[in-house]
Write a protein that binds this ligand. Structure first.
Ligand SMILES: [Zn+2]
Length: 191
């Protein structure tokens, strides 16, 4: 109760969104295909933004790969055009839009009547952007480089950090609200 008050009355549940149950956690561990969807969304965002600025895509992968000795979950490489930092930032703007879209879809009566659809939408639109932005931000803090490293070189560092810290905290809060009952079920199962 104290924590809830400290966060200024953030609702205990997201209004209109049904929380997940403990059994739903199975979806999370049984489906590596979700990872490929997340990588495809990320790389497609880079590619669309680069092509919109006149570039040509020369190489891409949405499966885990090693490029010049560095591991990537996926990559896209382009050439030519007048490509700005927006092509690097595009997946993180798409992450934000994906969470907003996911919350809207999860509130629809059509979705709420179909539990399997709610669970899949949750994974693809709420969990996946948190993993994407969170992983990329942590990776750049620990190893330098990557998308966030490039943005930090190009753009004012406080603005880049503020964007990632704010959006990742927002995604984490939304995830915790939806996963709350499932996590409590796991905790009580462990006791
Ligand atoms: Zn990227």
């Amino acid at each position: 109760m104290i924590a809830r008050q400290r966060f200024g009355g953030f609702p205990a549940k997201l209004p209109g969104v049904s929380p997940l149950s403990r059994a739903d956690l199975l979806w999370l561990v049984l489906s590596p295909a979700y990872f490929v969807f997340g990588t495809a969304r990320h790389e497609l965002a880079h590619a669309v933004a680069a092509v919109a600025q006149g570039a040509t895509i020369v190489d891409w992968s949405i499966l885990p790969a090693t490029l010049r000795g560095t591991f990537y979950f996926g990559y896209v490489r382009w050439a030519g055009g007048d490509v700005t930092w927006l092509a690097t930032a595009a997946p993180y703007l798409v992450d934000l839009a994906t969470v907003a879209l996911g919350l809207a879809l999860l509130r629809l009566p059509f979705t709420r009547r179909r539990h399997w659809l709610s669970v899949n939408l949750y994974i693809l639109t709420i969990a996946s952007p948190l993993l994407d932005s969170g992983y990329q931000y942590m990776r750049s803090l620990l190893l330098d480089g990557g998308d966030v490293g490039a943005l930090l070189t190009d753009q004012p560092a406080p603005a880049v950090h503020a964007y990632f810290v704010t959006t990742i905290a927002l995604y984490a809060a939304v995830n915790l609200r939806i996963l709350g009952p499932a996590l409590r079920g796991v905790m009580s199962g462990l006791r």
